[in-house]
Design a binder for this molecule. Structure first.
Ligand SMILES: CC(C)(COP(=O)(O)OP(=O)(O)OC[C@H]1O[C@@H](n2cnc3c(N)ncnc32)[C@H](O)[C@@H]1OP(=O)(O)O)[C@@H](O)C(=O)NCCC(=O)NCCS
Length: 163
């Protein structure tokens, strides 16, 4: 896979041998942002090596690196019912935010969708996550009008065209 080079970061797909990077980034993200990612760090911490390998194989994962250190992550999954591509698990380490890493991760997800001839990319944003909402609105996403409850939380669906 050819890495996308930004001013000071590199984003690339994670391959089968990259599960320790997935584990490192995923654990960092759920510790930092459990509310935004709607996950339980105590559950993620119990995953075995085989479970990390399986999680890696189940989705298309991208990671952002700065000076060789992993600082951000995102995944693309296919909704089996609709065939739509959804972006999820987006996270950038707090020290490196507002530097373009999430934009590069998003660009890789869009490139994958275009290569698969998808016409749009979808995602969900949980209530109260104004930073993510602002980020996606500035990058051509718009609400689809669909909202759903997850326990006591509400998440809103966004999409952007892949033209
Ligand atoms: C949302 C998130 C991924 C953005 O990452 P990032 O690396 O800061 O994003 P980029 O640098 O590529 O883009 C930054 C742009 O996003 C928007 N943005 C990001 N954070 C913002 C904030 N707190 N308030 C307003 N706008 C914000 C702005 O348009 C900003 O551009 P600017 O810096 O020129 O104003 C990051 O804040 C994050 O990891 N949050 C915690 C996890 C999370 O919420 N994930 C999304 C789940 S749906």
């Amino acid at each position: 896979m050819n890495p996308v080079v930004a001013t000071d970061s590199v984003v690339r797909s994670l391959g089968p041998d990259d599960w320790p990077i997935l584990r490192q980034l995923r654990l960092a993200s759920v510790e930092d942002s459990p509310q935004a990612l709607l996950c339980r760090p105590e559950v993620e911490r119990t995953r075995s090596d085989d479970e990390w390998k399986s999680l890696l194989a189940d989705k298309n994962w991208f990671a952002a690196f700065i000076d060789g250190r992993p600082v951000g992550i995102a995944a693309c999954v296919t909704d089996p019912a609709s065939g739509r591509r959804y972006l999820e698990s987006m996270w950038v380490a707090a020290l490196h935010r507002r530097g373009g890493a999430a934009t590069e991760l998003l660009n890789r997800a869009c490139s994958l969708g275009r290569a698969e001839r998808k016409t749009a990319l979808f995602l969900w944003v949980l209530d109260g996550n104004e930073a993510a909402r602002e980020f996606y609105l500035r990058r051509r996403f718009a609400p689809t009008g669909v909202k759903q409850a997850i326990g006591e939380r509400i998440e809103e669906e966004f999409s952007r065209p892949l033209g």
